[in-house]
Design a protein around this ligand. Structure first.
Ligand code: ARG
Length: 563
């Protein structure tokens, strides 16, 4: 419809490109101001005329058009009022397709997303839950736009901490305890190491020696490390399963251990490698940043070295047009340094192809979450708590629902995800059960509940067949039109979310659609005797259901059909 209006304007005015017209057409803030508005300020310069006069001229030139009710000149604006039935028909037909919202703007381009990436032998905590949820949603949003997305889990599985763990395990650990308690036991050993090392600093040298052994391929060291990693992965995958999420590659830091020397060589060849207190660095003072350390005193690689190696590996392997990194904002400097070094090595593309996507903290005040030991909160426990609490609520609200457990899983997990995604990612998130599981607020359960309500309306309307056109002229109520307009925003919402790397745009949209539907539902009877009228209203309900379920899907959330 927007394009049709743009075409009309384009046919009747000189000096402006069609694409510029499309870009300047606005949706007025209030329905009484028309369905589309075209501001004429820009044309004023080209045509050397006052914008309101230009508006009047264009109106005059367009004259009568079959699909337009009227055109008003309002100051510098031209307001277009589309004939309701034509507008309704266009909007319904656009939304009533299997691939509504899909696009091919990303076709032929690959986007790598580096997210989740927990640190082996450490618990998968709420911070990692956020990167996982945001990264997964960015994966879905970009896939919807036709990009080829590579999901990479850059596990923290290399570094001196493993030397410490091996020392601790050998001194105070047991196979049985590690097998029984997994990561919790490994974390205890790690804490124990630091307590003991305070008293006996030699332990630190021992740990360094073990990590050195790892770096030199020592079999015993590597097999203990691999075992710790396997045990950790079992736990992480349990969490991913609960979330219904997956990765294309688990390529942790250890994968790059034999690729770090090449990085050092590159940096050296470019004349950027400098010695500083025994370490080798790239000086970034020209860019107002602390130096990027390439190798430590003992020659070993660090986090940044492995990130540099990973960038070159990914560029060569996947030929990405973007590589996104979803981590907490405290890693801002780290990525700025690493990206700068890549650029200084003669890779101009680093400037816009490497993107850090930071997010804010999660605070758990007053949330009373279950903890395993030492007040450590595992993401898995939050999800399980959410499922259990959802089951209680659902059992109370809908005692006769057949598959309560399954629904509770979708609602509980969805509630946690939605809470994480609803606000701009850079903002801190506060977590309280009352808020997360509120069925009436701007929450996951509210949106899911609205979806289930739509499903039930559609289910009960036996006369309705979504593949048959309805009588468009019967949709006249303002609430119905507003709902349709909301639904039709979906494609541009997805693009906007991708442009900003901001799943919250989709989450907010899901709430907007749910609210628009509930307004319509409360003001307009759907189940009326007149079959034609009923089918027309059910059509809106059907489109709402599809749009909500797809919006939730883009957030990684499932939409139960009843709850
Ligand atoms: N393992 C890191 C952490 O838990 C996150 C890794 C992010 N990705 C990267 N390529 N550095 O903080």
């Amino acid at each position: 419809m927007k394009e049709k209006i743009a075409q009309l304007i384009s046919n009747n005015v000189e000096g402006i490109e069609m694409s510029d017209i499309i870009a300047s057409i606005e949706i007025p803030p209030r329905p009484d101001m028309g369905d589309f508005a075209f501001p004429c300020f820009r044309l004023a310069k080209v045509l050397r005329k006052a914008p309101n006069m230009i508006a009047a001229d264009i109106k005059e030139a367009i004259g009568d058009v079959d699909f337009i009710e009227k055109i008003d000149v309002a100051g510098a604006y031209l307001n277009f009022y589309i004939k309701k039935d034509v507008f309704v028909k266009t909007m319904i037909e656009a939304a009533n397709t299997d691939d509504f919202g899909k696009s091919d703007i990303g076709e032929g381009q690959t986007i790598c997303i580096d997210y989740s990436s927990p640190n082996v032998a450490k618990n998968f905590h709420v911070g990692h839950l956020r990167t996982t949820i945001i990264g997964n949603s960015l994966y879905k949003i970009h896939s919807k736009l036709g990009y080829n997305v590579v999901r990479i889990n850059h596990l923290g599985d290399w570094g001196t901490q493993f030397g410490k763990l091996i020392v601790a395990y050998k001194a105070w650990g047991s196979k049985e305890a590690v097998e029984k308690d997994g990561i919790s036991e490994l974390m205890k050993l790690y804490v124990k190491f630091h307590e003991e090392a305070d008293k006996n600093p030699e332990l630190v040298d021992e740990a360094r020696a073990w990590f050195n052994k790892m770096e030199n391929g020592d079999e015993e060291a590597l097999s203990i490390w691999q075992w710790f990693k396997d045990i950790s992965l079992v736990e992480y995958k349990r969490t991913y399963n609960l979330l219904g999420m997956d990765f294309d590659y688990y390529l942790g830091e250890s994968f790059y251990r034999d690729k770090c020397q090449a990085v050092v060589d590159k940096v050296k060849a470019a004349g950027l490698l400098k010695e500083s207190e025994g370490a080798m660095i790239v000086d970034l003072s020209d860019y107002d940043m602390a130096p990027c350390i390439i190798t430590k005193k003992d020659g070993s690689s660090i986090y940044a070295t492995r990130d540099l190696a990973a960038i070159f590996y990914r560029k060569d392997t996947y030929h990405f047009s973007k590589c996104l990194y979803v981590t907490g904002q405290e890693q801002k400097l780290h990525f700025a340094q690493v990206f700068k070094v890549v650029e200084l090595l003669g890779n101009e593309w680093a400037k816009d192809q490497l993107v850090h996507i930071p997010y804010g903290l999660v605070s758990l005040e007053g949330a009373k979450l279950s903890t395993r030991s030492g007040n450590i909160i595992y993401a898995e426990d939050i999800l399980k708590d959410a499922i259990a609490k959802s089951l209680e609520i659902i059992t109370e609200k809908s005692p006769n629902l057949p598959n309560k457990e399954d629904v509770a899983k979708k609602v509980g997990v969805g509630a946690v995800l939605f809470n994480d995604l609803y606000n701009q990612r850079i903002k801190d998130v506060s977590f309280s059960w009352d808020k997360v599981l509120n069925f009436d607020g701007e929450t996951g359960p509210y949106v899911q509940y609205t979806h289930a309500r739509c499903c039930s309306v559609v289910r009960l309307a036996e006369s309705f067949d979504p593949s048959k056109p309805v009588n468009y002229s019967l949709i006249t109520e303002q609430d119905a039109i507003e709902l349709l307009k909301e639904i039709n925003r979906f494609p541009s919402v997805i693009k906007d979310a991708a442009d900003k790397y901001e799943p919250s745009v989709v989450a907010r949209y899901a709430v907007d659609v749910a609210q628009a539907f509930n307004k319509f539902y409360n003001s307009t009877r759907i189940n009326v005797d007149d079959v034609e009228l009923k089918n027309a209203r059910v059509m809106l309900t059907y489109l709402t259901k599809n749009t909500i379920s797809e919006a939730l899907n883009l957030l990684g959330i499932e939409a139960p059909e009843a709850m």
